[in-house]
Design a protein around this ligand. Structure first.
Ligand code: HEM
Length: 224
């Protein structure tokens, strides 16, 4: 028997898939061929736009993790952080697409980009703000439960606070790995700002940590 594909959901779109996923709107968000000054704009927009979507998810998971820690539920926060970290791993992989964007083609599309920079990415801003909130929530949780950071590494590895600290270190590392890859992309493709002060700034950011005290406590014994 033939399956009936006529939509049952409200809204625009020929199918329920189109209506729920809003594919008409989504696929209209890239410049049309007649608007483009260079055909690689599609590659450039797809990588950036899909990055924004994954970062939207990562920020939502981090924000929920913060709420769980505030509620005294570190065990519930840890898997949310794992999702966020996987999201950043996926956007790191997406940077690989820029292997196929040459410096000359990137330069040719510059007029279309205006003064735009990934540094203005709303996804990265949200993720950074949520990471800082998580750091504060974790510190508050330790204080409220009388847990000294230096003793964490020696606690049972299945202890929820220990597991959350590990997930936070993982998150920090994933962000740093994105930055290391992004730094190489910037050097390789160039653009207006890939030399001098900007390059130095990008290289420095690779070493940035949201939770430096967790990295220290992880490797330093209580006596050390
Ligand atoms: C052709 C690919 C890319 C090139 C050549 C490039 C280049 C650069 C350069 C030169 C900077 C530092 C100067 C400035 O602020 O503009 C920068 C910063 C930045 N870019 Fe990109 N970028 C690329 C792709 C991306 C993508 C896909 C994202 C994801 C949204 C992104 C996000 C950022 C962020 C967040 C910063 C601020 C520094 C940081 O937090 O690490 N960039 N980029």
């Amino acid at each position: 028997m033939k399956r009936d594909h006529s939509p049952v959901l409200p809204g625009d779109g020929a199918t329920d898939y189109a209506r729920y996923m809003r594919t008409d709107t989504l696929l209209d968000l890239q410049r049309r061929p007649e608007e483009m000054i260079h055909r690689d704009e599609l590659l450039f927009q797809v990588v950036h736009q899909s990055t924004e979507l994954w970062l939207k998810l990562a920020a939502a998971e981090l924000t929920e993790a913060v709420a769980r820690v505030h509620a005294g539920e570190p065990a519930a926060a840890e898997p949310l952080l794992a999702r966020a970290a996987l999201g950043v791993r996926l956007v790191t992989d997406q940077l690989e697409m820029f292997r196929y964007l040459s410096p000359a083609d990137f330069e040719a599309m510059q007029p279309a980009l205006g003064k735009g920079s990934g540094a203005e990415s709303p996804g990265w801003r949200q993720v950074q703000a949520a990471s800082r909130q998580l750091g504060r929530a974790f510190t508050d949780h330790l204080a409220a439960h009388g847990i000294a950071l230096a003793t964490l590494r020696a606690t049972d590895p299945t202890n929820p606070v220990h597991l959350l600290a590990e997930a936070m270190v993982e998150w920090d590392e994933r962000v740093s790995l994105w930055r290391a890859r992004h730094y190489q992309v910037a050097l390789r493709i160039g653009g207006h700002a890939a030399t001098g002060a900007e390059a130095t700034m990008l290289a420095k950011l690779v070493g940035h940590r949201f939770f430096p005290e967790l990295w220290q406590a992880r490797v330093k014994s209580v006596q050390g």
